[in-house]
Design a protein around this ligand. Sequence first.
Ligand SMILES: [Zn+2]
Length: 239
Amino acid sequence: MSSCHHENIDLKYKLFRSNRKTLSIIIEPNRDVIIRAPNKMSKSSIEEFIFQKQGWIFGKLAEFDRNGEITHYNFVDGEIFNFMGEKYVLQITRTDKKRTNVKVHKNILSVTTLANNSIQIKNAIIKWYREQAFEYLSKTTHQYYIQFKNKAKHELIEVKIRTYKRKWGSTSSKGTITFNWKLMMAPKNIIDYVIIHELTHLIHMNHSKLFWNELHKYYPDYKMARNWLKSNGYLLEIA
Ligand SMILES: [Zn+2]
């Protein structure tokens, strides 16, 4: 397995050389990227080709991902929930106490509740995600902000949590950074990418070349994270 690092494209591929005359790329349904190349072709020419074809490659990978369906939950024991890159099995315990308690312990998402319908359990789980989002995202954003403080044109005032359909975060010139709680279903390195992306907006309030150059200094692998969100973002849902 080789890794392509041309222009920060993070892509692993399998390279097969032969006496063929041309290069070919195929993506297998298991997401393996197979490159067939002439014996004498240099690694940099191969990676240049990957660079040219990146739109097609990541589009194909996303297509295979989309065949993975969004999980439709019934909010019953045994269902799997994603939280910061880990999987947790839902375990519901009945209680006669009024207060619903949600926590993770080992690989269990434990809901102790009086509620006996799925909507109440769903709401309790979403409330828990929002609380975790606020705790992790506000703490981590303030920690990273230390590195941005001197350059930032806008001071970080507060971190808020919201529900967005198709957005992971936003930053206002008043210094408010708002995150989508659904981000907590992504792996930690992706969550941190979104935090750093939003903090970079305190320096550049747009997506100009300057913005991406700046972001690259704080998060060199940003293209990988963007591609991950493009391909997998739609799966971060509790439906
Ligand atoms: Zn942005």
